[in-house]
Design a binder for this molecule. Structure first.
Ligand code: BG6
Length: 588
């Protein structure tokens, strides 16, 4: 996905646009650009990150402008493919987030009408369509242009009309921040939270005319009202607050995030639960959220006895048979295309969907029948950490609130869940040991993470974190499965990280580790602080604070996040913005 911003107000636009844009780099950062209305539209863009634009961009004066940071979908990162894109006359500059699926046919017909294209992008058709339809109203030209578009878009249009910017959205988020004699437009709240906490979320099909002191929204030409909402996040939420990287800050925020999600969310206020006696549940998610889904699947089956499957969004979309019952969509951003497509497929089959998301007003929250908003606050680092843990807490609460759970187990888990923030806080005492082990791990190009039962998804998540930010080829595996093939990859000294919980899988984990040690692998074991049984068996033991075994995934994931962080740091990786990745991929 990409990040787009717009400004119209009483101050110089360029510095504000670039400051807002810098807070959207988690959405994409392979190229960026800015356009400001001076005596005419002036553009500066390149295959560079926002910080370089801030350094290199010449003086652009004007109080109206747009800017863009890109995650390439159509056409490689390059100057010509960077946004803003212009029409032939240079009177319209457009920044776009989304995918125009019919851009080839539009480009062909526009070319036949004499339009000249210079980029390989889908987005460039938009300014040319606006130019084609423009007569005397920019908002009318935008309405006519977007009527030709298939796919998804959130756009901000800068024209030579010095009073306004025009915006539109379909299946791609756009928010307008209301200031004092100035307006801020952005793909997501973190971009503008430093300037205002009053926002309007646009809906699909909205076209907005934004001047410095007014927002007029129309749908199919009819004016409509959108309520102003107040964001509770603060300026500090989108700054590093003294940490070297957003990822480390967000890992350390987890005790507070757990506490916030425990004490205040839609579950508790509306007693939202999975329907009683539902036939089965389908959990749909991608990436780290998929690993959260696997934990949800485990505890729902274990504690409620409801048949549950977890499906990767992109795989689910090609399935012919849907399970009966209900569905849960887990998506931190609420914008992951693979999940949204699956949600629409479920919706058209009449299956009720509960969304668990971190972003108010996200597309997933609009498709779902019911939504649980986790309280993770803005997560800037591309690798999900605090949002993952908040998703787990919401899933535990969902199960604990369900009428079919055994009351004794419920009461015990509820007490232990309240202790989890303190338990996670204690994990940070292990940071020196984790930093020490990361030195060993950072010298290897492959690694295994193994677990069983409820901690198997944590092995997957530990491997994913390491892959994402250190670029080490890490595999998460069910411990019992390693002997069926992957053993061939074990070489002397290969790092194996084993998660050994105090549960029914403990002894079989020890057996797996003995088999692995017999092949001279180097094993680091995460064990409960009261467990000394592996001290003489493995190379490194990390004693993790005790918790209820069913809650151990929440505690075990934190050392693995820190391990990935310190390993990536030793390898000199960018950490918050890993190569080729984006915070949420809004294309298939
Ligand atoms: C990926 C992100 O693009 O999308 C991951 O890099 C994330 O961190 C995955 O887990 C799913 O995102 P979401 O927003 O659907 O949870």
């Amino acid at each position: 996905m990409c990040g787009i911003v717009g400004y119209v107000g009483n101050k110089q636009a360029k510095p504000i646009l670039l400051d807002c844009l810098s807070r959207l780099e988690y959405r994409g950062y392979d190229s960026s650009g800015v356009a400001v209305l001076d005596d005419n539209i002036k553009v500066y863009k390149d295959k560079v990150r926002v910080g370089v634009i801030q350094e290199k961009c010449p003086q652009l004066s004007g109080t109206l402008g747009v800017a863009h940071t890109r995650w390439a979908t159509h056409g490689p990162p390059s100057l010509v493919n960077a946004h803003p894109h212009l029409d032939c006359t240079g009177r319209f500059a457009v920044v776009h987030n989304g995918v125009i699926t019919n851009y080839q046919s539009l480009r062909k017909s526009l070319t036949a009408e004499g339009h000249k294209f210079i980029s390989e992008t889908d987005s460039e058709v938009i300014p040319h369509l606006i130019e084609k339809y423009f007569q005397d109203s920019i908002e009318k030209a935008v309405e006519d242009a977007i009527a030709m578009l298939d796919g998804s878009y959130s756009i901000i249009v800068l024209s030579e009309d010095a009073s306004k910017l025009v915006v539109a959205r379909k299946n791609s988020p756009l928010v307008i921040g209301i200031g004092d004699d100035e307006m801020f437009i952005a793909s997501d709240v973190p971009a503008i939270i430093s300037y205002t906490s009053k926002v309007i979320y646009l809906e699909d099909g909205d076209v907005g005319e934004v001047t410095r002191n007014n927002v007029k929204i129309t749908r199919n030409g009819e004016e409509t009202k959108r309520e102003t909402q107040h964001i509770t996040w603060g300026r500090e939420d989108v700054q590093k607050a003294g940490y070297e990287h957003f990822m480390l800050k967000e890992i350390h925020e987890q005790p507070r995030v757990i506490r916030d999600t425990l004490v205040e969310n839609d579950l508790l206020s509306t007693r939202l639960t999975i329907s009683k006696s539902v036939e089965s549940l389908s959990i749909i998610a991608c990436g780290t959220s998929y690993n959260a889904g696997l934990i949800g699947e485990y505890i729902i089956q274990e504690l409620l006895g409801i048949p549950t499957i977890t499906a990767i969004g992109s795989e689910f979309n090609h399935r012919r048979t849907l399970y009966p019952g209900e569905a849960i969509a887990i998506t931190q951003s609420g914008e992951t295309a693979d999940v949204l497509l699956a949600m629409k497929k479920l919706q058209s089959a009449g299956i009720k969907i509960l969304a668990i998301t971190n972003v108010q007003g996200s597309t997933a929250s609009r498709i779902a029948n019911r939504t649980i908003y986790i309280k993770a606050g803005p997560e800037v680092s591309v690798a999900a950490t605090k949002s993952f843990v908040a998703q787990l807490i919401a899933l535990y609460q969902l199960v604990l609130l369900h009428p079919d759970i055994d009351t004794e187990i419920r009461d015990q888990l509820a007490v232990d869940l309240q202790r989890i923030p303190i338990t996670v806080e204690k994990v940070f005492d292990l940071e020196p040991q984790i930093m020490d082990y990361s030195r060993y791990l950072s010298e290897h190009d492959s690694a295994f993470f193994i677990g069983r039962g409820i901690n198997y998804p944590i092995a997957l998540e530990g491997a994913l974190k390491l892959k994402e930010i250190s670029y080490i080829h890490a595999e998460g595996y069910a411990a019992g499965e390693l002997k069926h093939g992957p053993f061939a990859l074990l070489y002397s000294g290969v790092p194996v990280i084993a998660i050994v919980a105090q549960d029914a899988n403990h002894d079989s984990m020890v057996t797996s580790i003995k088999e692995i040690k017999a092949r001279n692998a180097h094993v680091m074991a995460l064990v409960d602080e009261n467990d000394d049984s592996l001290d003489d068996l493995v190379d490194v033991v990390l004693k993790v604070p005790h918790s209820h075994s069913l809650l151990s995934p929440v505690v075990n994931t934190v050392p693995l996040q820190l391990l990935a962080y310190y390993t990536a740091k030793l390898r000199g990786c960018p950490i918050d913005f890993p190569r080729n990745l984006a915070k949420s991929v809004t294309v298939e």
